[in-house]
Design a protein around this ligand. Structure first.
Ligand code: 0X9
Ligand code: ZN
Length: 329
């Protein structure tokens, strides 16, 4: 019996849950998969990354052009974990089925997956509060988690942390509380450690919801970077977005300003081209509660596969974006 009795959704801790699935995927695929613990949360959970590349265990991490797919910095955005996990499974299954294109891709490229960037919050959203967003820092130190607790992991990165006090909050109970200091949180340290160590060509940091393809940087409006043309080439435009029915654009301009966010750090500090896709809600008015419906979840994954795959194919030569979004066979 799954926690919460869900059909699709699996928590982090339960038997057969996301942590077990990551371990099992690595164990069953020693030729291409390596599991890396990148950090430990406030409550002691492992933050896990899985690397896929040919000869994964013998090869130094980061020795090939690399792409990072991450999900669920925000606890309640379960569809982000499912899309990341299914993407990981897709490449493993295709490799096992001897798919030539995927075999070749994994000979030249490292694909990294962090399906749950905020395991404490994710687990809490199954066990206690479905709409929990932040991590589980005990802000007031009373030994309990209540509404005043938690830091927004996507506001705690050192890049422009707290800048102008616009787009994050210094108030502990706020949903966008930026934490007591830049990099104060284990989840942020884990991600920064990985980003710095590998030096990714690209990061796709899945969130929900709203059908956006947001790209860096997001700390101030009207400030496209010199990478804007390649972002544009890979993200598509309103008529032909790289993800069907999504709206591409500079994150600060088309959505809102934030500071201390992951993709700004990845771009400004490590040179990665970094996106925040805001996945679909799953139905009108579903918001953060994507329906527990296998068909809808699989559709959302398939909608996102072409963009994820074109980014993977472009990693060997990021200046030559594979703007054709169809899947190579
Ligand atoms: O606010 C966020 O962290 C993301 N949206 S969410 O609803 N999933 O919380 C969007 C961040 C994208 N970056 C900017 N708009 N600058
Ligand atoms: Zn989010």
């Amino acid at each position: 019996q799954a926690v919460g009795g869900y059909n699709v959704w699996r928590s982090y801790d339960e038997p057969g849950g996301i942590r077990d699935q990551l371990r099992a995927a690595a164990r069953a695929n020693p030729q291409i998969a390596k599991l890396v613990k990148i950090g430990t949360t406030h409550q002691g959970r492992e933050i896990l990354a899985l690397k896929l590349t040919q000869g994964a265990r013998g090869k130094v991490d980061g020795s090939r052009p690399a792409v990072l797919y991450s999900g669920t910095q925000h606890a309640r955005e379960w569809i982000a974990t499912e899309v990341t996990r299914r993407l990981m499974k897709h490449y493993i299954d295709r490799w096992r089925a001897n798919d030539k294109a995927v075999r070749n891709l994994l000979k030249t490229t490292e694909l990294w997956f962090v399906p749950v960037a905020n395991p404490d919050g994710y687990q809490y959203s199954f066990d206690v509060e479905r709409l929990w967003r932040k991590n589980l820092r005990d802000n007031n130190g009373d030994g309990q988690i209540t509404g005043v607790d938690g830091v927004d992991p996507n506001r705690n990165f050192p890049n422009h942390w707290g800048y102008d006090n616009e787009g994050s909050s210094s108030i502990q109970s706020s949903q966008t509380y930026r934490g007591p200091a830049p990099l104060s949180e284990p989840e942020t340290k884990a991600m920064v450690g990985l980003l710095d160590r590998i030096g990714f060509a690209f990061q796709i940091n899945y969130h929900s919801n709203g059908r956006w393809i947001l790209y860096a940087e997001g700390w101030q409006i009207g400030t496209p970077t010199s990478d804007d043309p390649i972002y544009y080439a890979l993200s598509g435009n309103l008529d032909e977005p790289a993800i069907e029915d999504f709206h591409p654009g500079l994150s600060s301009d088309v959505l809102y300003v934030t500071n201390g966010e992951t993709t700004d750090y990845a771009h400004a500090q490590t040179g990665a081209l970094a996106w925040t896709p805001e996945l679909s809600a799953g139905c009108d008015g579903c918001g953060f509660v994507f329906p527990d419906d296998e068909q809808l979840v699989q559709e959302e994954f398939l909608r996102n596969l072409p963009f994820a795959h074109s980014v993977a194919r472009s990693a060997v030569d990021p200046d030559d974006p594979k703007t054709v979004t169809g899947i190579e066979t």
